[in-house]
Design a protein around this ligand. Sequence first.
Ligand SMILES: C[S@@+](CC[C@H](N)C(=O)[O-])C[C@H]1O[C@@H](n2cnc3c(N)ncnc32)[C@H](O)[C@@H]1O
Length: 285
Amino acid sequence: MAPTSYTKFHTNLQPISSSLLKAKTTSLTIIASTSNESPHLNPQQSSAAGKMKRLVLSPEGRTKFNALPDRDFYAYPRLVKHVDDGFISTLTNLYRQRLRPEMHILDLMSSWVSHLPDEVNYTRVVGHGLNAQELAKNPRLDYFVVKDLNEDQRFEFESCCFDAVLCTVSIQYLQQPEQVFAEVFRILKPGGLFIVSFSNRLFYEKAISAWREGTAYSRVQFVVQYFQCVEGFTEPEVVRRLPSEDDNKGSDSPVGWIMRLFGLMAGSDPFYAVIAYRNFKPVYD
Ligand SMILES: C[S@@+](CC[C@H](N)C(=O)[O-])C[C@H]1O[C@@H](n2cnc3c(N)ncnc32)[C@H](O)[C@@H]1O
């Protein structure tokens, strides 16, 4: 297993243990379960939950144009925004609806910005990514972890230690997404959720071929299937927000058209998110 490096800003360096994360509990009521596993069972003792049932991608679908190590590609910090303000405000609103202040959150494949709502203080936010300088600049992170998920899909986090895992505009870079989703299942608490959001932008040379060659529809279907191939996730829910005419106001003027032509002004970024819960979707009091 490749080593994982941990960095924590405010106290000593150490991996997060689930005992640390048990400080606050959430009041919840279970309304539905899509698996036979009771949320009160110790998930370590439950049988098939988290098991990968099948592979979604073919070997060819996992290939990238740039086959050099991802760490090299992300070696220098990119302090840019990867999507436009419309995408970010849709995502932040989704987080406002789905996340709660007492949560322990992992921001997978993160960078220097957070899309979490500013006004909410979460119990703990852990970041993961490939560039330590980017992650160190992210003001929302209590800890961060640097790890190449294409080399090794196992985290050193204990099982059931996060209430929510987020992955923003990065899923297209995973070459072993099935294993990563199984790992996310393992580290989520029962009732915890995984929110995967994406648009149509990408580092072309680093995106897997299945994604590069896909359409908006097939990309959503890939993410849905990544969830479905792991036993115990609830049926994935798809959230879409396609650009409206208002979003593009001004960009169809001659100046807007010329700026778009030269890449100086983008059209609005479409928003897609796929969400599923570990075992059951909680309803909060
Ligand atoms: C387009 S950026 C998105 C960053 C951030 N989620 C955001 O919303 O701004 C893609 C991120 O994926 C991460 N990434 C790419 N390949 C990776 C890999 N093999 N393992 C882990 N992280 C990776 C990089 O660290 C990079 O920050």
